[in-house]
Design a binder for this molecule. Structure first.
Ligand SMILES: Nc1nc2c(ncn2[C@@H]2O[C@H](COP(=O)(O)OP(=O)(O)OP(=O)(O)O)[C@@H](O)[C@H]2O)c(=O)[nH]1
Ligand SMILES: [Zn+2]
Length: 295
């Protein structure tokens, strides 16, 4: 009889599967046909297993809904894109770049402004308003004071999430707040198998007390957008995608085309000028990459 489960970790040639309804992972080997899969086996995969004593066999990998590379993790529902209120100051260009990658991977994006203990709440209003108007869930947190951590836990509950965002914004600190002690277990394990604590290792999904799973390694670290097709870029801007139905041309790139509803939206302040200028910069970057490729 097969059981369903989820791969939380792959190491030492074993898949550590959390069977549905269980608390402990079960070490499993992959059946030959599973090993030979072109798509491979990844952390986050939903699998069917058969149990053999204290171990098991991965018999089948179920179709993936989403798939991220670096770190390789499948079936992620949402990315928590973290920016700092200050230290470092929020950079909307990089925030939009993360959002483009998240949208292109078909994940939901949640914007988390951390380190709110360091600023007056008023100074963040523009950022929260800009992104919530587009439709993003936004939360404000402090990993130092604990403000907003309950809200963050509620957002993570029942879903599979990755943190993303620039260096130094507090991604590790937030993970430690939502799941205290996950780091400790990691250190103990590394010691037991005789490696330093800071050796690179595979991504892991950490089960949260409040339900849900979160990757212990941030996603979208490369920020490379060149895999995105020109015509897909605007789909990664939800407010453009909505307006583009009104553009005169079906394939409108919202650049130099006449009768463009997105450009009209910039004129009437329906579309934020900063977001639009970031879009044009990304578009130019993609065109440049295409030119290099065909030269
Ligand atoms: N004041 C304040 N400091 C914070 C907060 N969250 C994190 N920090 C500090 O910011 C620094 C960076 O935090 P990290 O959690 O390492 O940031 P990170 O995003 O994981 O950084 P990388 O590992 O480089 O990607 C540390 O010194 C933290 O103590 C916060 O909410 N308030
Ligand atoms: Zn257009």
């Amino acid at each position: 009889m097969y059981e369903n489960g989820r791969i939380l970790r792959i190491s030492g040639g074993l898949c550590w599967v959390l069977p549905d309804g269980d608390e402990e992972t079960l070490p499993c080997v992959a059946r030959g046909n599973v090993k030979r899969r072109e798509e491979g086996v990844a952390v986050g995969d939903y699998v069917r297993i058969s149990r053999e004593g204290d171990a098991g066999v991965v018999e089948e990998v179920l179709p993936r809904r989403t798939y991220l590379i670096r770190p390789n993790v499948s079936n992620v529902d949402q990315a928590i894109v973290v920016v700092a209120a200050t230290q470092p100051d929020p950079n909307p260009y990089f925030l939009d770049r993360f959002l483009v990658l998240v949208e292109h991977s078909r994940l939901d994006a949640v914007i988390c402004i951390n380190k709110v203990d360091l600023v007056e709440p008023e100074s963040l209003r523009w950022l929260l308003e800009l992104y919530s108007r587009i439709g993003y869930t936004t939360i404000s947190t402090s990993a130092r004071t604990g403000k907003g951590i309950q809200t963050l836990s509620a957002v993570l509950a029942g879903k599979t999430s990755v943190f993303a965002g620039p260096s130094g914004v507090g991604k590790s600190a937030l993970l430690n707040m939502v799941q205290p002690g996950h780091d400790l277990a990691e250190g103990e394990l590394s010691e037991r198998i005789g490696r330093g604590r800071h050796t690179t290792r595979e991504v892991r999904l950490i089960p949260l007390g409040a339900g849900g799973l979160v990757a212990d390694t941030p996603g979208f670290s490369s920020l490379d957008i060149t895999g995105i097709a020109l015509r897909d870029l605007a789909h990664a801007f939800p407010e453009f995608a909505r307006l583009s139905l009104e553009c005169r041309f079906a394939g409108c790139l919202h650049d130099r085309e006449p009768d463009c509803a997105v450009k009209d939206g910039v004129e009437t302040s329906m579309v934020d000028t900063g977001r639009y200028s970031h879009y044009l910069r990304f578009l130019e970057e993609l065109r440049e990459a295409e030119r290099r490729q065909y030269k």
